[in-house]
Design a protein around this ligand. Structure first.
Ligand code: ARG
Length: 263
């Protein structure tokens, strides 16, 4: 099984894009056609229901998700911005279809958390300043941040959205997808990945049995609790695999929260 966190490092973005665009769709393998809902448990989403969702693009297309926090700023994962020159990046907002429709605005500046560590994926947050403000309307609007220190309790339901793969190593869907996942305890999260791998800036969402999860290409995208941005899709071992839930950057962490609000 592919360990998504092996994508970390200088080539993270290039590797993600190259791998994801070169893999044939599941139905091209000649095997039985398995519905996506059995793989990551997702379903199609409409951007008007998650109007903060954007697709972060390099010259070659979609690389990651992101969330609108102001008309001229998007939050994403720091690892999404490694190895990609800022002038090659743009965001697509206001469309449910990857690479088509909506507004496409260039990124003017990438602000990566100064403590981001590509080896441990700690402090996995970046703010993208846009070259011009987005036009807010149906399908385009900012998401409020979960307040600092207000981390949801274990079991709290959350929704994660994106154009990431619908199975580990699979192709990217054209349509935006969503999946509901509850927050897991820190004890479970640390048991799954090792105590030292899970820092205070990280939190797990998903199921102990797997089946529902974010996947490659969802990184940087929103995990929303009650209309507030609570997490940023960051890493995981494989996708939706039992005992290996999704790991998200914790927006309520003081250092993460302060970095986003002061950028
Ligand atoms: N790191 C991957 C990316 O760049 C995927 C992150 C989410 N993985 C997961 N199993 N929840 O898109």
């Amino acid at each position: 099984m592919a360990r998504s966190w092996l994508r970390r490092g200088a080539a993270a973005v290039a590797v993600c894009g190259a791998v994801l665009t070169s893999v044939p769709p599941a139905t091209a393998t000649g095997g039985p056609v398995v519905p996506d809902t059995r793989i990551v448990g997702g379903r199609n989403a409409d951007v008007r229901d998650v109007p903060w969702q954007v697709s972060l693009r390099s010259r070659d297309g979609h690389i990651c998700g992101g969330s609108i926090i102001r008309a001229d700023a998007v939050v994403t994962a720091a690892h999404c911005t490694v190895g990609a020159p800022p002038d090659s990046l743009s965001v697509q907002a206001g469309s449910s279809v990857r690479g088509s429709g909506g507004q496409i605005v260039p990124v003017a500046r990438v602000l990566r958390h100064p403590k981001f560590n590509a080896a441990t994926i700690d402090y996995d947050v970046a703010v993208l300043e846009l070259a011009s403000p987005l036009d807010f309307g149906a399908g385009v609007r900012a998401v409020p941040l979960l307040p600092e220190g207000r981390e949801p309790i274990t079991g709290t339901p959350a929704t994660v959205t994106g154009w990431g793969a619908t199975r580990d190593g699979g192709a990217l869907p054209e349509r935006l997808r969503r999946v509901d996942v509850p927050k897991l305890s820190d004890t479970y999260c640390k048991g799954a990945y090792g105590t030292s791998s899970i820092t205070p800036r990280m939190t797990c969402y998903g199921y102990e049995g797997g089946r529902k999860d974010a996947c490659q290409g969802d990184s940087g995208g929103p995990l929303v609790v009650d209309g507030y941005l609570a997490g940023i899709a960051s890493w995981g071992t494989g996708c939706a695999s039992p005992g290996h839930p999704g790991v998200y950057t914790k927006v309520s962490d003081p250092s993460i929260h302060a970095y986003i609000t002061r950028s």
